[in-house]
Design a protein around this ligand. Structure first.
Ligand code: SF4
Ligand code: ZN
Length: 278
């Protein structure tokens, strides 16, 4: 198997996986969606009763939304995740009580009128856990309304809940196999003009496949070509795989972790099959 990177940004990856098959790529897709862990807010405590500001003005601890909806919104805010520093709370030596090895705490203290954003979450402890995507609107507070919140983030996976899903929009398609019979082609350019992805071009008085990686297998070129000399098919052994992340982990981290998890799983399977054969 070979992986070529078409695009790799902090939150987006597009790869060409060769010498593979759809079953393997689908296993990778499912793994990065469901099994790559990330930190997410899992517990939110709301202060009840009046909230005073420095000048002694009293605010009501209330917002236009139910607390459950606010907690849900906060849980979906991408929390920066360092997979080397954290372990699952259930497996931590603190016995699940919460400690710096398994938990990150945040506070949020806002008084209306204002819009509360994800960037208003203040990490208690290291600044490296400050939310990078700081303009996600959470709620609009009216006059006299205020929120004082303590939230804890912990590690989980997308299999448990989508708030722990780092990879989004993960999908794949077959690499386009485009064959042109040059002996019959009249170089009429109808295929070049109809292609919505700029895959085909005219070079040295003949039609060439310039960007096969862009082909979506739409077959518009084969339908418009009067001479019928273009054949388009998908190659199941060469697959374009793409996904994005919510920013809590980089696309590279998600990919590497997903491949490691798959490797461990196949190794376990190999050991178990080996035992059956003994
Ligand atoms: S199948 Fe569609 S995308 Fe691919 S070359 Fe033909 S027109 Fe372009
Ligand atoms: Zn702990």
């Amino acid at each position: 198997m070979k992986i070529d990177i078409l695009e790799m940004t902090p939150t987006k990856a597009e790869l060409v996986i060769s010498d593979t098959n759809p079953m393997f790529v689908n296993a990778l897709r499912r793994t990065i969606v469901s099994d790559v862990p990330k930190m997410a807010i899992d517990n939110v405590e709301f202060h009840l009763g009046p909230i005073m500001d420095e000048g002694g003005t009293a605010y009501e601890s209330i917002s236009p939304l139910f607390d459950e909806i606010l907690a849900h919104r906060l849980s979906l805010v991408p929390v920066p995740t360092d997979l080397d520093s954290f372990i699952y709370r259930s497996k931590c030596s603190c016995n699940g009580e919460g400690c710096p090895s398994c938990t990150v705490m945040y506070s949020l203290n806002k008084k209306g009128p204002c819009t509360v954003y994800s960037g208003d979450l203040e990490p208690i402890g290291s600044e490296k856990f400050r939310v990078k995507d700081d303009l996600i609107p959470i709620v609009k507070l009216a006059d006299d309304q205020a929120l004082l919140i303590y939230a804890t983030a912990e590690l989980g996976t997308g299999r448990q809940h989508s708030r722990w899903q780092a990879a989004l929009g993960a999908g794949y398609r077959y690499y386009g196999k485009i064959e042109i019979d040059h002996s019959k082609c009249d170089v009429g350019l109808s295929c070049v003009n109809v292609c919505p992805r700029g895959v085909l071009a005219k070079e040295d008085k003949k039609i060439v496949v310039r960007h096969p990686e862009n082909c979506t297998l739409c077959n518009a070129c084969t339908e418009v070509c009067d001479t019928g000399v273009i054949k388009v098919s998908g190659d199941p052994s060469k697959i374009i795989f793409r996904f994005e992340t919510d920013g809590s982990l980089t696309a590279k981290e998600v990919l590497i972790k997903g491949l490691k998890i798959l490797e461990e799983r196949f190794e376990t399977l190999r050991e178990q099959i080996g035992k059956l054969e003994e």
